[in-house]
Design a protein around this ligand. Structure first.
Ligand code: UDX
Length: 437
């Protein structure tokens, strides 16, 4: 058992804290928000993440998991995980490191001799090398241990990661930090989880390059969707066919309205900004294209709706199915769904947004939109339905014949290519997809 602190209890930190407690460690989660700490301490997650409430409650009940807003309460920990956010700066595309810097600075006076500070936040390459001397001066050692969890699968991804990456200094203190982290991750290591030990720069780059690759894969297939639209091809069939080549693989070849969320968009921008700082603008040219393709697909989905409204959306009712950036999440950060909803609202359409989980979050960010929790009510009198987040509720559970009775006109833009088009067409719907005839 290791005594652990987790600094920053957002998506990453709250899940990491609960998961570490469930691996048998004694964990204190620290967050500057007293509201968040109070809520977590009752075993209730501040956001929707399947399985997290159970894990929190178990940890709190068995006494291994607690939360505090006072960084001094982290002092007993042998390992401190830095899990604070690195959002995009307000006036550019780089990452804002102020939360990471503040977390490390606030921790320094409380570090025990020999403690390990393990960074999990996604940071620009070079950040660990900059922070390491500060941590060493305080008698502790820095490691960089990036996290690859997906929202909606965060508990499973943390307890059963597909790989562990540990970046350390190349001396005996670094080796000791690696040994301490191997002990923390003993359970996943015992079942054979690959563990890659690297220098700081490589560990930092593994994370951003993994996200850059995933974003590139999505934008690649979305570029093919653009070509399919002009040539009459079907991008979903194309994706199936190339996906059979196991060098390519079918996953993340889902063409549609593109990627959003709190990670991929800002991470590829921060990566490109950092590369430019390093004089490597040409090396990341592809990421600017990836971003541009992604944003074009959002506009394209909006255009399909406008076309289906005869070019004049003013006053016409549009039901938007989905607000979260992907299903099984209540996260609306950089959500393609809300991009489309706000754009259509701006064009004068009478937009109503529904989502199984994300309405509260969406309303906070875009109070100008109308929201409706009940799907049937949201569909009522719509002239076009826009499916933007492929929740099972819309994809599988919604009966097209029933939905056809509610809307004013049975026209649906399937911006995720998620529906069984034959079934919808058989029920009288006109179905538009992305990159499909
Ligand atoms: C991502 C990475 O997957 C994860 O490893 C990293 O730690 C954080 O960023 P997440 O943001 O939770 O995770 O979402 P992910 O499942 O990767 O989806 C990102 C976006 O891409 C979503 O908006 C999703 O709808 C979109 N997407 C995904 C597609 O448009 N097509 C696909 O084929 C797959």
């Amino acid at each position: 058992m290791t005594t652990i602190s987790v600094i920053g209890c957002g998506y990453l930190g709250a899940v990491h804290a609960a998961a570490m407690a469930s691996l048998g460690h004694r964990v204190i989660g620290i967050d500057t928000s007293t509201d968040r700490v109070a809520q977590l301490a009752t075993g209730v997650s501040p956001f929707f993440e399947p399985g997290l409430d159970d894990l929190l409650r178990t940890g709190i009940d068995n006494g291994r998991l607690s939360f505090s807003a006072d960084i001094a309460d982290a002092a007993a920990a042998e390992v401190h995980f830095i899990c604070v956010g690195t959002p995009q700066v307000k006036d550019g595309s780089a990452a804002d490191l102020s939360f990471v810097d503040a977390a490390v600075a606030s921790l320094l006076p409380h570090l025990q001799a020999g403690a390990v500070v393990a960074g999990k936040s996604t940071v620009p390459v070079g950040t660990a090398a900059r922070l390491a001397p500060l941590v060493r001066e305080a008698g502790a050692e820095l490691a960089w241990n990036p996290e690859f969890l997906r929202e909606g699968w965060a508990v499973k991804d943390t307890l059963e990661p597909d790989r562990l990456v540990i970046g350390v200094a190349s001396d005996s203190a670094g080796q000791r930090a690696e040994a301490v982290l191997r002990e923390v991750y003993r359970t996943p290591l015992e079942v054979g989880t690959p563990c890659i030990v690297a220098d700081y720069a490589t560990a930092e780059l593994v994370k951003v390059s993994a996200n850059a690759f995933l974003a590139t894969k999505i934008s690649f297939i979305n570029a093919m969707a653009e070509i399919a639209e002009v040539t009459g091809a079907d991008v979903t069939v194309l994706a199936d066919a190339i996906g059979h080549d196991d060098r390519i693989g079918r996953r993340f070849l889902g063409a549609g309205i593109g990627f959003g969320g709190g990670c991929l968009p800002k991470d590829i921008r921060a990566f490109a900004a950092r590369a430019e700082e390093l004089g490597l603008r040409d090396s990341v040219g592809v990421l600017r294209d990836v971003d541009a393709i992604n944003l074009r697909r959002r506009e394209h989905a909006v255009q399909l709706v406008v076309d289906e409204l005869g070019g004049s959306p003013l006053g016409k009712r549009v039901a938007v199915l989905g607000a979260a950036f992907k299903p099984h999440s209540d996260d609306t950060r950089d959500s393609p769904a809300l991009f489309a909803a706000t754009r259509l609202h701006g064009l004068g359409a009478d937009v109503v947004v529904t989502d199984p989980r994300a309405i509260d979050d969406a309303r906070n960010v875009h109070p100008q939109l109308a929201y409706e929790a009940d799907l049937d009510t949201a569909l009522r009198d719509a002239e076009v339905v826009l499916l933007v987040t492929e929740w099972p509720e819309y994809r599988y559970d919604l009966d097209p014949a029933h939905a056809a009775k509610l809307v004013a006109r049975p026209v649906i833009v399937d911006a995720r290519n998620a529906l069984n088009r034959d079934a919808w067409r058989a029920a009288g719907w006109r179905v538009r997809g992305m990159g499909r005839p």
